[in-house]
Design a protein around this ligand. Structure first.
Ligand SMILES: Cc1cc2nc3c(=O)[nH]c(=O)nc-3n(C[C@H](O)[C@H](O)[C@H](O)COP(=O)(O)OP(=O)(O)OC[C@H]3O[C@@H](n4cnc5c(N)ncnc54)[C@H](O)[C@@H]3O)c2cc1C
Length: 445
């Protein structure tokens, strides 16, 4: 492929899927049209890639080319009056934060890592701890530049009558390359979060805390002990917080970045080590419960403190499973899922429970919808892990829920199509020059 070079062994973030790709890494936006046109004329499908923090195969395109967007990382304009930031799509949230926080602004929505690109975050229409207040990132996107495979560059806004804007938000990179975007920021008066950690003993307590907290707190999230059972089923630590009205406006220097030097042996992650860790974490959380003033990075991005933390799952990698269940069924279905996980003895300490609010997501394929979302990592133990996830699928499906494509590497076509009834409408906007392993798996096959 002209302008692309072969790269062996590109892995999904979860590490389960590995494939050879042809990769192009443009440094300038004006190099993009020639790259996409050459890919198309040579009959290869393309896909844009950001910092590749999607866990499964939605960011992989083994049969074709990957356009690594991380070289297109310039901030174009920050208008402090209108709070609009325009930047190239390959810029990371980390770089954006280094510029905006000291000027009194924050991202309206951020996922649990700052090592994502603006384009990748839009293409997954990411959500954060404040979904109940602000909705998804797509609700804050005011304009995007989209390059189609025939070389046309379009400028799209939320009122775009063609529907391409709504297809591109959460569109998994399948409508073309987002070359730049403009988002609205939120004002902050300090770089501090006034946070509070509250231990809860079971799921009922979690739902009560969530309901109470959503009124007064911008951010809510919970860690949950997914291996506890019986009367401890669903215990965890509920965290809530607001931007503090006063305090330093200087962003943290960055968490200490330790890096996992090598993959841990697979046996390191077993029922006993994880249960022991979870019990320790719970009791420690209980000991340290109460109000705390926290820096932005430890509050929003605790995992970023350990570079390549995904290596702790060993060479076989891990699956991440994130579901959302609508309000009417959320309590029973979440309980059933936790029971199934606890009984299986699989699961990890990275388990997160949160309620989504009712702000509608703008994308045709956006994942968030009102209800409860549970996200957990499962070390890959082969068939036993796949069987557990199939069991969880049936609970999610019966409850009318769905799974998050950004985290998925194995859901069935039926599961995807049932969960996203707009997929056929979306398919009309897919650019014939773009494809992904995920899309092949859930639609094209
Ligand atoms: C520790 C951790 C915590 C996370 N927490 C959350 C969370 O709280 N909420 C949440 O929603 N997600 C969360 N995620 C998932 C992550 O936010 C998303 O997968 C995000 O989209 C990754 O961005 P990226 O730049 O790495 O994109 P990639 O993974 O590289 O790509 C993601 C998708 O975007 C497409 N894409 C990338 N760049 C472009 C572009 N310029 N134009 C068009 N398409 C493009 C790709 O083709 C792919 O389909 C988390 C991930 C990790 C590792």
């Amino acid at each position: 492929m002209t302008g692309f070079s072969q790269s062996d062994g590109i892995r999904s973030w979860g590490g389960v899927i590995k494939a050879t790709h042809h990769v192009a890494s443009p440094a300038w936006r004006d190099a993009l049209p020639a790259l996409v046109v050459s890919g198309r004329s040579e009959g290869h499908s393309l896909l844009a890639a950001g910092l590749r923090r999607s866990y499964g195969d939605s960011g992989l395109n083994p049969a074709g080319g990957l356009i690594d967007m991380t070289g297109l990382d310039r901030l174009i304009q920050l208008d402090t009056d209108s709070r609009l930031l325009r930047a190239e799509a390959g810029v990371s949230f980390d770089a954006i934060l280094r510029t905006i926080v000291r000027r009194g602004f924050f991202l309206p929505v951020t996922p649990g890592t700052r090592f994502v690109t603006l384009g990748g975050a839009i293409a997954n229409d990411v959500h954060g701890k404040n979904h109940h207040v602000r909705g998804t990132l797509g609700n804050w996107v005011r304009r995007i530049g989209l390059l189609r495979s025939d070389g046309t560059e379009l400028e799209l806004t939320p009122d775009d009558p063609s529907g391409l804007f709504q297809a591109t938000i959460g569109g998994l990179g399948l409508t073309g390359v987002i070359t730049w975007a403009e988002i609205e920021l939120i004002p902050i008066s300090s770089a501090i979060i006034a946070a509070e950690n509250i231990p809860f003993g079971d799921l009922d307590e979690f739902f009560t805390l969530a309901e109470e907290s959503e009124r007064d707190f911008e951010y809510t999230v919970s860690w949950i002990d997914c291996l506890s059972d019986r009367d401890r089923l669903g215990r965890g630590i509920f965290t809530r917080g607001n931007h503090a009205p006063s305090g330093s406006i200087l962003p943290d220097r960055g968490n200490t970045r330790l890096t996992m030097p090598v993959s841990l042996p697979g046996f390191a992650m077993n029922r006993y080590s994880i249960s022991a860790f979870n019990a320790l974490y719970f009791w420690n959380g209980k000991r340290k419960s109460g109000p705390a003033r926290m820096g932005l990075y430890p509050f929003f991005y605790p995992l970023d403190a350990i570079g390549r933390w995904n290596r702790m799952y060993g060479r076989k990698g891990m699956y991440q499973y994130q579901s959302v269940i609508p309000p009417g069924a959320q309590k029973d279905a979440t309980r059933d899922m936790l029971k199934a996980i606890s009984a299986s003895g699989q699961g990890s300490f990275l388990a997160v429970l949160k309620t989504f609010g009712t702000v509608p997501s703008p994308g045709l394929l956006s994942f968030p919808t009102a209800g409860t979302t549970l996200a957990l990592d499962f070390p890959n133990h082969g068939d036993t892990t796949l069987e557990l996830m199939a069991r969880l699928d049936s609970i999610v499906k019966e409850a009318g829920g769905r799974l998050y494509p950004a985290k998925d590497g194995r859901m069935s076509a039926r599961m995807f199509q049932d969960g996203y009834p707009a997929w056929q409408e979306f398919a009309k906007y897919v650019d014939a020059g773009f494809n992904s392993h995920f899309w092949d798996r859930v639609v094209r096959d």
